[in-house]
Design a protein around this ligand. Structure first.
Ligand SMILES: Cc1cc2nc3c(=O)[nH]c(=O)nc-3n(C[C@H](O)[C@H](O)[C@H](O)COP(=O)(O)O)c2cc1C
Length: 253
């Protein structure tokens, strides 16, 4: 069986992964804090770009991952909302420390979910282009194509340095408004289980990936980040319902 490890907050990366997995016959395993042993011959990583790099908890996941077949064909597909270059270099560097490496890298531009800085740019052209790109990527994987490699740039390092999750206390910048009814969706959708519900109030702990799943997916727009998200449109991938993400993660707990 082929395996794709997927990280998602608002559904974009799971949307891409589902389509690729149908075409390459792969099991989709959530990137979580659970250690994995992988003996597949084809291994994929699909994830959102966070500040030109990967989500913080994904770094640990890859470090802990035991890849048994050192000759496996390994690919990475990252989703992004605006601009992102060479965003699989850090992943490749982690894999090289395990005596493996990425064979194929691609990316898919999706709808932007980083609403503290950008507007949600949901439009039909993004979806058309994404669906076309999925076809090309799946064909390339099935043909075991190899990508040309880039070693990354200094800009990747500078931009990734700005990623708020490097600060353990970054969740203190989230505020919960009175419109919160304590439904607990934020807690269930959080990929790092960083939110606990106490007396119907979300309490943020200190292992946040800053993925903004809680903020974007809240049905009541009750979570804000600093003073940067007030009144701004939230983003949810409408093809992937929150329950689908929650049930998929629960299946692999
Ligand atoms: C913390 C954070 C940082 C992001 N950084 C970038 C970035 O550097 N470049 C970019 O084009 N998009 C960036 N994005 C947008 C996401 O990568 C993009 O919307 C992605 O498709 C979301 O995937 P998901 O729905 O699977 O979580 C960022 C989003 C978040 C939450």
């Amino acid at each position: 069986m082929n395996t794709i490890y997927c990280y998602t907050a608002t559904g974009n990366s799971l949307y891409i992964t589902k389509h690729i997995s149908e075409k390459i016959q792969a099991e989709i395993i959530p990137i979580s804090n659970k250690e994995q042993i992988c003996n597949s011959d084809v291994i994929g990583f699909v994830y959102p770009v966070f500040f030109w790099g990967m989500p913080l908890s994904m770094e640990q996941f890859v470090k802990d991952l035991k890849i048994q077949n050192k000759n496996a064909y390994i690919f990475a597909v990252y989703t992004y909302g605006g601009t992102a270059l060479f965003c699989a270099v850090a992943l490749n560097n982690l894999l090289k420390k395990k005596n493996t490496h990425l064979s194929f890298i691609s990316s898919v531009k999706m709808v932007e979910n980083y609403i503290p800085s950008f507007k949600v740019n949901d439009n039909p052209a993004i979806w058309d282009n994404a669906d076309k790109k999925i076809e090309i990527i799946s064909k390339s994987i099935n043909e075991r194509k190899n990508s040309k490699f880039h070693t990354g740039t200094f800009i990747n390092k500078i931009i990734h340095h700005l990623y708020p999750a490097h600060n353990k206390n970054c969740s203190k910048d989230f505020a919960v408004k009175k419109s919160c009814i304590g439904c607990g969706l934020c807690s269930k959708i959080c990929p790092t289980q960083n939110i606990k519900i106490n007396n119907n109030v979300p309490i943020f702990e200190n292992h946040c990936d800053h993925c903004l799943g809680c903020l974007n997916m809240c049905p009541y727009d009750a979570i804000e980040y600093k003073n940067k998200t007030n009144g701004k449109t939230r983003y949810k991938n409408t093809h992937i319902k929150p329950n689908e993400i929650i049930e998929w993660r629960n299946k692999y707990k």
